[in-house]
Ligand binder design. Structure first.
Ligand code: GLA
Length: 378
């Protein structure tokens, strides 16, 4: 059965549309969100499902700007960090990738160098000696083409970006499509696909910062986290994996049972010190299985719960170790440990580690991947 989905523009909020909203019918609303330096218009899309969950996404960086979900008393709060203006995102001091789509290669590539088909590529570095999140002008700073759609699952927004051959030093014209769909059960689906016309490397993710108590409302240190991961990939002082895959057993990286995020974060552990907290790739058990929970966050304070499902082999768990209160977004200044990220992805620096799952994409192949963020209360 097809659900009726009302596509609205801010200029024309019709009476029919308004009554659809109050009747709990899924809607997509589109409103202006500023202009790119070259004059192209940027938009903010609001996806609402029948139970009232609301997700706002801008086609600037394909960024999730806000996610409003209920707590155990049915009070709604915005549970991701973000800005209510385009300038918030483009300001030079915003180096945190709040909510953005990340590519062409999410996470780090050591010394901005990798080899593919016997050829050495040098790409711009932007994180000490390394390349982070696609380089200086990653996908997070691009304007994506956007199309709203009615699907049987719920309202959806399809974003497309063509990353030209040589962009940020990567080979191949890469056509990337990311479809966001808000389902009836408070799940936000992220479906990624990509094709190339030359051999290339690819690691796509979304960089949402979650605080289930509400953006700007305290830290995530009391959240209970479960990670379905027996192993993680330790890093060096520049956060590049050493290449080892180590057991989490007996370490502060063991989240196989629900554990307070902050209970071990200040332990005298070399990896925690190198990461300034948690900033590590966890190797997911049952890789590729979208039916198993990869990560679960429970906020005892509000009763809100986030479950993450993914077919990707890894997840970067990051405790906002670089937030220091100097950037203010929706909900107030964003402080140390004010949110956590669960970036579903391939392992960092995979092109330089033949023992890691491959991130190569070849002409004729289509890359497909799905991650679901599902919200509940307990
Ligand atoms: C990723 C990295 C972190 C940090 C953030 C953005 O999570 O692993 O080290 O760079 O992105 O601030």
């Amino acid at each position: 059965m097809k659900l009726p989905v009302f596509v609205l523009t801010s200029a024309a909020l019709t009476l029919a549309a308004l009554s659809a909203l109050s009747a709990g019918i899924p809607t997509i609303q589109k409103q202006p969100f500023g202009k790119m330096p070259d004059g192209r218009e940027v938009f903010l899309y609001t996806l609402t499902n029948a139970s009232g969950m609301e997700v706002k996404i801008t086609n600037y960086g394909g960024t999730i700007e806000s996610i409003k979900v209920p707590d155990r008393d049915k009070n709604y709060a915005d549970v991701v960090l973000g800005f209510d203006t385009l300038e918030g995102y483009t300001q030079p001091k915003n180096t945190s990738y709040f909510g953005a789509l990340i590519g062409r290669y999410g996470n780090r590539i050591a010394k901005g160098t990798f080899q593919l088909d016997g050829k050495v590529y040098h790409i711009p570095t932007n994180d000490g000696p390394n390349t982070l999140h696609g380089g200086i002008h990653g996908f997070n700073s691009k304007l994506w083409d956007a199309k709203t759609m009615e699907t049987p699952e719920g309202p959806s927004l399809t974003l497309h970006y063509l990353s030209k051959d040589g962009e940020e030093g990567f080979p191949g014209n890469l056509n990337v499509t990311v479809r966001y769909t808000l389902d009836k059960k408070n799940g936000l689906h992220l479906d990624y696909s990509a094709t190339t016309d030359k051999d290339t490397v690819l690691n796509l993710t979304n960089h949402s910062y979650f605080n289930l108590s509400g953006a700007g409302n305290g830290t995530i240190l009391k959240d209970l986290l479960t990670l379905n991961a027996d192993n993680f990939t330790p890093v060096d002082s520049t956060l590049i994996p050493t290449g080892k895959v180590e057991s989490v057993g007996g370490t502060p990286f063991d989240f196989r049972h629900a554990t307070e995020v902050g209970s071990r974060i200040n332990e005298n552990n070399e990896q925690l010190k190198l990461g300034h907290g948690y900033d590590h790739n966890f190797v997911l058990n049952r890789k590729g299985d979208l039916t198993v929970v990869a990560a679960k966050v429970e906020d005892p304070n509000s009763g809100r719960v986030l479950e993450v499902y993914t077919d990707q082999p890894g997840v970067q768990f990051y405790t906002s170790n670089f937030l220091d209160g100097s950037v203010t977004g929706i909900g107030g200044p964003y402080n140390l440990h004010g949110a956590l990220c669960l970036e579903t992805q391939h392992y960092p620096d995979s092109p330089n580690h033949p023992n890691f799952p491959s991130t190569e994409l070849r002409p004729g192949e289509t890359f497909h991947s799905t991650t679901i963020f599902r919200f509940k209360t307990e």
